[in-house]
Structures are given as C-alpha cells and as structure tokens.
Design a protein around this ligand. Structure first.
Ligand code: DWN
Ligand code: SAH
Ligand code: ZN
Length: 408
C-alpha cells in the first residue's frame, strides 16, 4: 500500500498519517435483500509536504457517491435550516444589494439556502449532481442545474447568465478532489468584486475533538486556514476573511476574492498565527491525532461490550455519513447496537454501510426506549437532547464519543 500520493492542489508529496482501513461508501444504505457487491476502498489521510493540505490517499469515483439516490437531506435538522436561512439573509443585506445580483451555489442539495434567495426574487442557480435532492430544491422554486460543478460548468453558466456576485458552497467544496478545476471555474465566474464563500469542517477542531468521524469518502479535503490561503493564491484568488461557525461540530467560513480586490481582515492573520503557533500541520500533531483516534476506539468498544455483558439495550441515534467511519473502524455490529434510528425516509428500512445495522424510523426509538443511545449525530446534540427529553425521563442515557467517550 503506497503511503505517499500526489497532492491534488499543488502536485507535492502527500504523506499518509492515519489509515482507517477498508471502508464502504458512507451514504450507501443497503436494502436488506440486496445481492449487489458492496463497494469498499482504503480510507487513509495524509498531509502535503509542500502546501500542508490534508487529504485522502484514495479517491472514490464521484458518481458512486453523488447520484439520483443520494440520501442526505440538508433540511433534515432545524439547526441547519436556521443556519442557512441566516446565511442567505446576511448575503441579501450585504453582497446582494446591487442591481440584479446573481448567486451560484455549488452543492445546493434540497435548496435549504437558496430557497430564501429565490423567495427574495433574486437571480440564482444551484449546481447539484444528486438528482433526487435537486428535484426537491426545484419543487421549492429554486433554479437548479443537475451537474457536477467544475471549470466547464462555470463556462456554461457564464454564457447563459453572466458573472456571479456570490458563489457559495457549504459542505461541498471539501468533497471535490478535482479542486483545481473548481477554483478555475469560480475565478472565471466571479464578477470583479464577487466573493466565493465556503463553509467546511475545520481540521483544527477535528484534531482538538478527535472527531475522526469527519474523515470519510465524501470528505476528500480537511481544510486549515494555512492550506486554504496557499491554495487560493495558486488560482488568482485571495483569502480575505475567515470566521468560526458552530455547525457540524466546528467549521470555518472562508471568503475568497480576486487577488487584490479586497483588504484581508485581521481574522485571517490571527488564524494563520494561531495555526503556526500550535503546529497544526506538524508531524507531532498528526501523530498525536492518530494516537487519540486509537484510544477513542478502544474506549468506545470497551463501553459497548460492557453494556452488552450487562444485558443493556443500546441503539444508535442518527444514521450519519460520519458514523460509517466509527462503525466500520471500531467494528461495531448488530450485537453491540440493535439498530440505528433516523428521520430520513430514504435511510429507513435499510442497513448501514459496511456494518449492516438496521436503520429504523423515530417511532422505533421509543417502542420501548432503549437503555442507552449512542449519539452518532453528535453535531446536532442540542436539538436532539431537547427533542428527546422523554428518553432521559424514561431512565435512558446518552453515549457520546466526541470529544471523548463518555455517558452524558
Ligand atoms: O458533509 C456532509 C454533511 C453536511 O451531511 C455530507 N457529506 C453528508 C452529511 O453528513 P452526515 O450524514 O454526517 O450529516 P448530519 O447532518 O450529521 O446527519 C444527521 C443525520 O441524523 C441525518 O440522517 C438526519 C438524522 N437526524 C435524526 O434522525 N434526528 C437528525 C436530527 C437532527 C434528528 O433529530
Ligand atoms: N450544501 C448542503 C449539502 C451538503 S452534502 C449542506 O451544507 O447541507 C454535499 C452535496 O454536494 C451533495 O448534495 C452532493 O450531491 C454535492 N456535490 C458533490 N460534488 C459536487 C460538485 N462537483 N458540484 C456540485 N455539487 C456537488
Ligand atoms: Zn500540496
């Protein structure tokens, strides 16, 4: 197994720092009677010697992940619905106040953000390759192009609709290995004062919280301010702002503009200094992350095995894409977790990828409540705890594993 590969940003040498082993597609929920061969790949992460970008060692073909039946619905949590409504409203009162503004979103999913822009009567376009979720967006009045965004897509958008004041992308830009093509496309698409704003999980938080479940097929890159700034400058763009956002367990919102078009904020310099100070890209940090991941696995398995030995019922809460890494890296099966409960219709009645644990709807959770619930959707914990008070009242306990394994 090669432990180096070529950086997808700068062609430098990427050195592997952790191997999660054979893993399935994180969003491929199987029908119980399926006889299809399951797809597996080697999930391992490395960092580039030259530009520090953290990335997967192996790429999964995009059509295997993003297709007609892609099951994730961005509107599936109140927290994210509120977040994206606020994002849209902020654009409407800042970047989108000129004459006939135009917004493009890369990976609009079910239209959770663009709906607010559409309702304001502004020109917009969502680029979304997953047909099922794109259809939902369209049914809400959002203009959608069913396609993968890349350089050619941008050229076609410019021909039809002209340049964009805002290009937005949440939890999608880090999913795209062919990132150079995307950045060339964005650079061409932006109007002279336009901005490219993207929100993605922050590698600094992943290290701090040992949230190794943020590593899975779809998350090809794990960004830092340092690596994003270097990457932007290779494509005629400049990192002009960065902001911490509390969603999905800790993300950053990056703002890129054409080089020289805008003055970088003080936050950029502050975050660069912080990353250098803590040695976020150092060998020591990367090695330490690996050690913490192994420790987390040992503790979670020890807890689940003890509960089983005591005859307790444990179920999983939230059939997240992230949980595929936890389930398959730790070797959790139906013997340790009875089923996983999830509100997404397309996941219910199916089996989790790799581990083949049944997924059941919310009604199964309370019928009757289990003794313990392993919180796979830990990034939505506030919303879930508030909604599931009756579980705790029934004597139930939550198990968390981020930032550490514990009964909550
Ligand atoms: O980056 C990505 C993020 C944005 O979404 C994608 N690559 C895939 C996906 O990742 P995920 O599946 O880990 O995301 P979530 O938002 O943590 O998924 C939450 C899951 O939990 C959904 O399947 C819905 C479910 N859920 C539930 O059953 N009850 C969620 C809430 C809030 C609930 O109350
Ligand atoms: N923006 C949403 C969706 C995140 S899920 C949110 O934050 O909740 C990731 C989405 O990216 C999926 O809907 C997937 O179909 C889409 N995607 C993957 N590759 C893409 C590409 N090259 N261009 C546009 N969208 C893409
Ligand atoms: Zn590199």
């Amino acid at each position: 197994m090669p432990t180096t590969t070529e950086c997808r940003v700068c062609a430098g040498t990427v050195r592997e720092f952790f191997d999660f082993g054979r893993q399935p597609l994180s969003d491929a929920f199987r029908l119980p009677d399926s006889t299809d061969e399951e797809f597996f790949f080697r999930l391992a992460v490395g960092a580039c010697d030259a530009c520090t970008m953290v990335q997967l060692m192996e790429e999964v073909p995009r059509e295997r992940m993003f297709h007609e039946d892609y099951p994730y619905l961005s509107s599936g949590s109140a927290g994210m619905r509120n977040h994206f409504e606020a994002v849209a409203k902020r654009f409407l009162t800042s970047e989108l106040t000129g004459e006939d503004p135009f917004t493009v979103e890369i990976g609009c999913n079910d239209g959770v953000m663009l709906k607010t822009i559409a309702d304001a009567g502004q020109r917009h376009l969502g680029v979304e390759p997953s047909g099922g979720v794109a259809d939902i967006a369209a049914s809400l009045g959002v203009d959608v192009r069913k396609d993968f965004f890349e350089e050619e897509t941008a050229a076609r958008i410019i021909d039809r609709s002209g340049h964009a004041d805002v290009v937005f992308s949440a939890n999608t830009f880090c999913h795209i290995p062919y990132i150079g093509s995307v950045l060339r496309g964005v650079e061409a698409l932006l109007s002279p004062r336009g901005v490219f704003v993207f929100e993605d999980p922050y590698f600094g938080d992943i290290v701090d919280k040992t949230s190794y479940d943020q590593v899975y097929d779809e998350h090809f890159f794990l960004f830092t301010v340092t690596s994003v700034r270097t990457m932007a400058s290779r494509f005629g763009l400049e990192l002009v702002d960065v902001e911490r956002i509390p969603v999905h367990g800790g993300e950053l919102r990056y703002t890129l503009a054409r080089a020289g078009a805008r003055e970088p904020s003080a936050a950029v310099a502050a975050m660069l200094a912080e990353e250098a100070e803590r040695g976020l890209a150092s060998q020591e940090t990367l090695r330490g992350f690996g050690e913490s991941v192994r420790r987390s696995r040992e503790r979670l398995l020890a807890l689940l095995r003890r509960l089983r030995a005591e005859g307790r019922r444990v179920v999983g809460y939230g059939a997240t894409a992230k949980s595929a890494t936890v389930v398959n890296f730790c070797g959790i099966d139906e013997g340790l977790i009875e089923f996983v409960t999830d509100t997404t219709p397309a996941k219910q009645g199916r089996l989790t990828p790799g581990g083949h644990i049944p997924v059941r709807g919310p009604e199964a959770f309370s019928d009757p409540y289990p003794d313990y619930a392993l919180l796979f959707a830990w990034n939505h914990s506030e919303e879930i705890m508030a909604k599931e008070r009756a579980f705790r009242d029934s004597g139930g306990h939550w198990i968390g594993y981020v930032p550490e394994v514990r009964v909550l």
